[in-house]
Design a protein. Structure first.
Length: 562
């Protein structure tokens, strides 16, 4: 029996085992009434009734001891001290924890701190630690940081690289198709192949666009693009979250009559996609993860992982969660998942925010930790961006504290001619000595509304860079400019809405418009260390801008520059 004096950590799982063991002992004594007078019975009963307080007391003592004995380590992670919340995440020894870290909260520092603590204080070997990140770029950055700072050669990879490694360890090799294969196939179908299917072409015209008298060629490109997006999103969500082919067919019995033709079309394209891969002897990333999971179930795991750390956990899916669960089942490893539900912006690629919001459903005996400090933004940006995104009902409430303040850091600049106004703004920023600027757009081509090419940005006498908001996630800059803020189908928010058929896989909040676009705008605002300059169409301003002006007038300045 644990002495509850802080000599070791008692996890939720261990506590439940102790509790169940005590319950059995007490029940045995109850069936022998003469034993209730024994001192042992009363000790057991007292422990059982006070187990939660005893465990909490024990863990507080243990964590205090560990913090004191590792004070120097925790006070110098890449030259920075970890704050209280970050230290709590590093020191904990639960079976699984979810670290909820807002923008600018120093989650990368926390992850590096955890790795260092596991190696230097808990004596794990480097090969026993597995770190996973969402993109190759972010995985490589974390790997480089760990090696350059501490000479750790820890396994840091994407989910897809992890799945490949699992299969290669057993001598299995696969050819992967390109990320854009599905997009290419859908484009090819609607641009060329559809002419070989007159019945499907008629279906598209009649059912999807209510145009009995129109020809396929007369349908607007925007509507076709919207249909393409729905099909691509549906297939990605399906493959990333439901692995049974039978389930896709079964949806035919669940879909509304008006969407039945669309589902038939999706099934046609889905099977064309599979045929294309089979002909090229390829599999896609989702198939790869499912295959790796099944392989572990059947043959076990070659590598002995004791701790798994997942970065950008809000960008995961059911099949990725299943892969991690299977690794944990076979290895007994513990898990720390780090992310921010405010920054879940990859639904179109199959990611599902429910895996983050319902973490305890997927990982039993888990605990949530919040990192509350923001080291990037000012409090005004934090307040506006946080309040703005929380209008989505499916978000976790969190209070973030920044350590600096600026008067009206959000500057709105109206334009009639976006290119001319952009040049005026650049001259203004040069005069204000604001040198490093990140330009953020909703779409890849938004930049060309300002300049003719990326090379033209070099012609200005200050440091300019352009990225879409999706590509800018995880980055920061001294100041930012957000462009294309107009009330248009390709503006910000983008109005290429998905068909209701997506709800077969992904439930959305019907009362809040642009749920994911709202999170995307949060990501955009929180890239800045200082000011956010918003270029807004004067004649048709983005609905997001109207909302900001109405709800946060004390944080916003309408900037008149000439």
């Amino acid at each position: 029996m644990n002495d509850f004096e802080g000599n070791s950590y008692i996890s939720i799982k261990s506590k439940e085992k102790v509790k169940n063991s005590l319950k059995k002992e007490i029940q045995k004594i109850k069936y022998r009434p003469y034993l209730i007078f024994l001192k042992k019975y009363w000790i057991l009963l007292k422990i059982y009734l006070n187990i939660n307080k005893l465990v909490e007391h024990n863990n507080n003592i243990y964590l205090y001891k560990m913090e004191q004995s590792n004070y120097d380590l925790l006070s110098n992670i890449k030259g920075y001290p970890l704050d209280k919340e970050q230290r709590d995440c590093v020191l904990n020894e639960e079976e699984a924890i979810l670290v909820i870290a807002g923008a600018g909260a120093g989650k990368s520092l926390t992850i590096i701190g955890k790795v260092r603590y596991l190696i230097e204080a808990k004596y794990l070997e480097q090969k026993e630690i597995l770190c996973i990140s969402f993109t190759k770029k972010s995985a490589q950055k974390l790997k480089d940081d760990l090696y350059k700072t501490y000479q750790y050669n820890v396994n840091v990879c994407t989910f897809h690289k992890l799945a490949l490694t699992i299969l290669k360890d057993s001598g299995l090799n696969f050819s992967l198709n390109n990320d854009d294969t599905l997009i290419y196939l859908v484009d090819e179908f609607f641009d060329h192949l559809i002419y070989n299917f007159p019945n499907i072409m008629k279906l598209v015209v009649t059912y999807f666009f209510n145009s009995k008298n129109k020809k396929y060629e007369d349908i607007s490109l925007i509507k076709i693009k919207q249909l393409k997006n729905t099909i691509i999103c549906f297939i990605n969500l399906y493959k990333a979250n439901i692995s049974s082919k039978k389930t896709l067919i079964s949806f035919l019995g669940k879909v509304e009559a008006k969407d039945y033709p669309l589902l038939v079309l999706i099934i046609v394209i889905y099977h064309m996609y599979n045929i294309e891969m089979k002909a090229n002897n390829e599999i896609d990333f989702n198939d790869l993860i499912v295959l790796a999971t099944k392989h572990i179930q059947k043959f076990g795991l070659k590598r002995n992982y004791k701790y798994i750390i997942i970065d950008e956990y809000q960008d995961t899916s059911i099949i990725r969660v299943n892969l991690i669960k299977e690794i944990i089942n076979k290895s007994g490893s513990k898990l720390m998942a780090v992310g921010d539900d405010f920054q879940s912006i990859y639904k179109f690629s199959g990611c599902k925010i429910e895996t983050f919001l319902n973490f305890s459903t997927y990982f039993s005996y888990s605990k949530k930790y919040f990192i509350k400090n923001n080291y990037r933004n000012n409090q005004e940006i934090v307040d506006v961006a946080g309040s703005f995104v929380m209008k989505n009902k499916k978000q976790l409430k969190k209070k973030i504290t920044a350590h600096k303040s600026l008067i009206k850091p959000i500057k709105i600049i109206y334009y009639e001619n976006q290119r001319e106004t952009f040049n005026i703004l650049i001259k203004f920023l040069i005069k204000e000595k604001k040198d490093h600027i990140l330009i953020l757009g909703r779409n890849n081509k938004d930049l060309f509304k300002l300049v003719n090419s990326y090379e033209d940005l070099k012609n200005y006498s200050l440091h300019l860079n352009y990225l879409t908001v999706h590509k800018a996630k995880g980055l920061e800059e001294e100041n930012i400019i957000i462009i294309n803020l107009e009330n248009d189908i390709m503006g910000f928010p983008n109005k290429l809405q998905f068909n209701n058929i997506i709800k077969l896989i992904y439930e959305e909040d019907e009362n809040i418009k642009f749920e994911e676009e709202r999170r995307l705008f949060y990501v955009a605002l929180t890239r800045t260390k200082n000011y956010a300059y918003l270029l807004v169409n004067k004649n048709k301003p983005s609905p997001f801008i109207r909302e900001l002006i109405n709800d946060y007038p004390d944080k916003i300045e309408i900037l008149c520059i000439k």
